[in-house]
Design a protein around this ligand. Structure first.
Ligand SMILES: C[S@@+](CC[C@H](N)C(=O)[O-])C[C@H]1O[C@@H](n2cnc3c(N)ncnc32)[C@H](O)[C@@H]1O
Length: 243
């Protein structure tokens, strides 16, 4: 199945999500190292199993994996759903997910070169949406637009699982908190990730817990569960309110 391209026609003022901020996931050399780095500290299968459980959907369900990357969720979840729409702005990342799908004989992932602001969902609305470590690539204004677009692709009562870097640490001590976070993560994950972590603060758009909650609610989501970990990570289980 070929990767479907989203129509990129847009007004001059539209944020260009194809020009990735921060870590250059659109470059092969960066995408190729992604799994090697991330699998040092992540268990993709375990993560996917947890999300599948939270979604609690049957095998006839459809899911959007927005910002699918190298398929951490899509590849491990494909057997549990009828169809997964895997979208990403990076062709380099999609290429790797597609390769894994082919090797595993998975044929129910539909690939889309498009993102939060450009992916157009042309089929019937989905039962669930997952996005992991992707939304922080957009500035807050565009995050709100992204969430407003996503919720329209979801059935009433459908779930949105959002995991991302979201700030709940004491901002008055931001210098020591951020430095300590980077040092802790480097000691856990290795020096190889220092640059990625520093780039995150310098050039990407993670936001505050209270901003993220406000945006999810304003988009029309009911936040069923919000877990904040270590002052820097957040896991949200949201539901689209019934119409
Ligand atoms: C840190 S990776 C996470 C990938 C994957 N979800 C995972 O759990 O490993 C961030 C991904 O978000 C993608 N991305 C960045 N901006 C995006 C956007 N506006 N819309 C969709 N995906 C985006 C990047 O190309 C990259 O694949």
């Amino acid at each position: 199945m070929e990767t479907k391209k989203c129509n990129q026609d847009k007004p001059e003022w539209q944020y260009d999500e194809m020009k990735l901020c921060g870590v250059k996931f659109d470059r092969d050399e960066c995408a190729d190292k992604y799994d090697e780095h991330h699998q040092n500290f992540r268990d993709y299968k375990k993560e996917a199993d947890e999300r599948i459980k939270l979604l609690s959907l049957d095998r006839n369900s459809t899911i959007i994996d927005m910002g699918c990357g190298t398929g951490a969720f899509a590849i491990n979840a494909a057997a549990y759903f009828r169809k997964i729409y895997a979208a990403d702005v990076s062709n380099a990342m999609i290429k790797l997910t597609r390769k894994k799908a082919k090797e595993a004989g998975i044929d129910n992932i539909e690939f889309h070169h498009g993102g939060f602001l450009t992916y157009k969902h042309n089929d019937e609305s989905v039962d669930g949406i997952v996005s992991t470590l992707a939304l922080h690539h957009l500035p807050d204004f565009w995050k709100q637009i992204a969430l407003t677009r996503l919720i329209k692709m979801l059935k009433p009562g459908g779930k949105y699982l959002l995991f991302d870097i979201v700030f709940s640490f004491d901002i008055t001590n931001y210098e020591s908190c951020v430095q300590e976070y980077i040092n802790t993560m480097v000691s856990r994950l290795g020096e190889v990730l220092r640059q990625e972590l520093e780039t995150h603060f310098r050039q990407e758009y993670s936001t505050f817990d209270w901003v993220m909650e406000g945006m999810l609610e304003r988009a029309g989501f009911d936040i069923k569960k919000a877990d904040y970990m270590e002052g820097f990570f957040a896991n949200y289980v949201c539901e689209k309110k019934a119409e």
